[in-house]
Design a protein. Structure first.
Length: 582
């Protein structure tokens, strides 16, 4: 082999080595681009000549117990722009949009967005119906003004408008739940948005088959509630009428399944329209059933009697001498009617709603014992209903009670509760002495229809079955013709109940306002085999109104609807005769 041939072979080897090195460098760089730095380069691509498209995840629906939609999400459109393409024609584009969209869009604010420096993506306006967005885009296309596009989004809608609005809550502009079930189950209802990026031509057109990155969208889960839509609608209307007719400041109507503690209806008046976003003031959007505290009045007498009966200190026919009046710690106490000395049974005390008779009976309990029973019944504690902003109410330490405190608390003044606390407590009497946690949601559901049950707290015994039965007999006397609430009686059914009238407290001074009351009626049916418990509260009705005349008729109508709606058979017997005096 000559020297020239050796030199040529060496040159070939060097060339081959260089080729291998170059290809290795290209290969390593390609691996880095495709594997290690894909997201970084995709981001650079977006900045230089691509557009990102968000695929919004629909928020899960809120359903009633039968699967009917109470809140759901529908498709909407957002107008977006690429400022790199709109900066030169910003005033003209803003003028066209203003002409087509009117007051929905601000002219000068839009110009600023269309000129956003170093940006390829800005939102111009959200929540547009498709036909409105299409009209605006068509006008821009006709004027040859590129750079404005549409992006799908989901809009929250409430088919029932005002239906159960305070229970459902609502969402804010960002689609986040800010009240009610929407807030409590926000993480479950909220899905995960998807996205993809596209190459964009100089005229703003997406180039087909040029996706650079794709992230799949994950829908939010549905939430199934315990609410019956038809019963809810009826109770909403009936309560609204009662508030208007009595000139009350506000009203509540809540119905619970005694055996399961599921809330099947929860109404409030006045309320707001979650769909049209009207009437959304603080006093209308607050969930009064769990957030508002008030003094319950005589409905609390059922709890006092249950505590006494559980200790074996009282029965329905226990004789009680009721004085004409009492003065305790210089505080004069009387009944709502004038009378001399009465000889009533415990059932008579409840039937006639005697404050004085309740005080006499409650004097058999010490402060410590009475406070312990009130705590067992759940006062001063949250109910576990899983709704945001729930109040604990106000139950002061029994060790600091005066004799007057002991006396007034026994008949429902000097203690502050929520409606849900009263439901849970009297529900224990209706449920043979066993108390459970109220619930408003049964399960969550994914897009495949798979249900995941929502756990509830354990049922626990509060008083004996015999004690609950004795108080039930007392409460049946209330709805008898000679009781305080015959308007609550339902033909064919045995009904147990209790009226309530309490002085209102001035929140600024903490003092009672004479002549202003909170009136109520709590009852369950059928009394011989309880299924439903309904509580009606009306705040500051006309001065002459009482629980028996104002709240009891609303109870009658809502409870009648519940019994019919769920096919509860009439009672097989009449209410037993219980002597009211001796």
């Amino acid at each position: 082999m000559t020297a020239n041939q050796l030199l040529t072979r060496r040159r070939l080897r060097v060339c081959l080595v260089l080729v291998v090195v170059i290809f290795s460098l290209f290969g390593a760089r390609l691996f880095q681009i495709q594997g290690l730095d894909a997201s970084a380069y995709a981001a650079k691509a977006v900045a230089s000549g691509t557009q990102k498209k968000v695929d919004p995840a629909p928020r899960g629906a809120i359903l009633d117990r039968n699967g009917e939609e109470l809140a759901t999400s529908v498709d909407g459109l957002t107008l977006i722009a690429d400022p790199k393409m709109t900066v030169e024609n910003a005033p003209q584009i803003a003028r066209v949009l203003r002409e087509k969209l009117g007051d929905k869009i601000d002219y000068f604010d839009t110009i600023d967005k269309l000129r956003t420096p170093k940006s390829r993506y800005v939102q111009l306006i959200r929540d547009l119906p498709k036909w409105t967005a299409d009209k605006a885009l068509a006008a821009l296309d006709k004027a040859r003004l590129p750079g404005v596009f549409t992006e799908k989004e989901t809009l929250r809608t409430y088919p029932g408008g005002r239906l159960a609005a305070n229970l459902l809550g609502y969402t804010n502009a960002a689609g986040e739940g800010v009240a009610g079930i929407e807030q409590q189950y926000d993480k479950i209802l909220t899905g995960t948005d998807g996205s993809s990026t596209y190459e964009v031509s100089p005229t703003g057109q997406r180039i087909p088959m040029a996706d650079s990155t794709v992230k799949e969208m994950v829908p939010g889960r549905d939430v199934q509630t315990t609410i019956d839509r038809d019963l809810q609608w009826y109770a909403d209307q009936r309560l609204a009428d009662a508030v208007q007719e009595s000139s009350a400041d506000w009203g509540l109507a809540v119905t619970m399944d005694v055996k399961t503690c599921q809330i099947v209806q929860m109404s409030q008046a006045p309320t707001f329209d979650a769909d049209t976003r009207t009437g959304m003031t603080d006093d209308r959007t607050v969930s009064r059933g769990v957030q508002h505290v008030y003094e319950p009045g005589s409905v609390m007498k059922t709890v006092t009697m249950a505590a006494l009966a559980d200790q074996g200190k009282i029965a329905a026919d226990t004789p009680i001498v009721v004085p004409p009046k009492m003065t305790i710690d210089r505080f004069p106490i009387g009944d709502y009617w004038q009378h001399g000395t009465l000889r009533l049974t415990a059932a008579g005390v409840i039937a006639k709603s005697s404050n004085l008779g309740t005080i006499v009976a409650a004097q058999q309990m010490s402060n410590t014992t009475m406070h312990a029973y009130l705590s067992k019944f759940g006062f001063g504690q949250k109910t576990g209903v899983s709704l945001p902003g729930e109040s604990k109410g106000i139950l002061t330490d029994g060790s600091g009670w005066t004799k007057a405190n002991h006396a007034t608390i026994s008949f429902g003044q000097g203690i502050s509760v929520t409606a849900m606390q009263m439901m849970r407590a009297v529900g224990a009497i209706a449920n043979a002495g066993k108390m459970c946690e109220p619930s408003v949601v049964t399960s969550t559901i994914d897009e495949e229809g798979n249900k995941v049950p929502v756990s509830t707290g354990a049922t626990k015994r509060i008083v004996s079955k015999d004690a609950a039965s004795a108080v039930t007999r007392m409460m049946e006397a209330v709805t008898a013709p000679d009781g305080t609430a015959p308007a609550a009686a339902i033909k064919g059914y045995r009904v147990a109940g209790k009226t309530g009238t309490a002085w209102r407290v001035d929140p600024t001074t903490g003092r009672y306002i004479r002549g202003q009351n909170t009136v109520s009626f709590m009852g369950f049916a059928p009394a011989d085999n309880p299924r439903f418990l309904t509580y009606i509260v009306l705040d500051k009705p006309v001065s002459s109104a009482g629980g028996g005349s104002t709240a009891a008729p609303v109870f009658h109508d809502v409870m009648s609807m519940a019994l019919e709606r769920f096919g509860v058979a009439p009672s097989g017997s009449k209410s037993p005769k219980v002597a009211q005096d001796w």
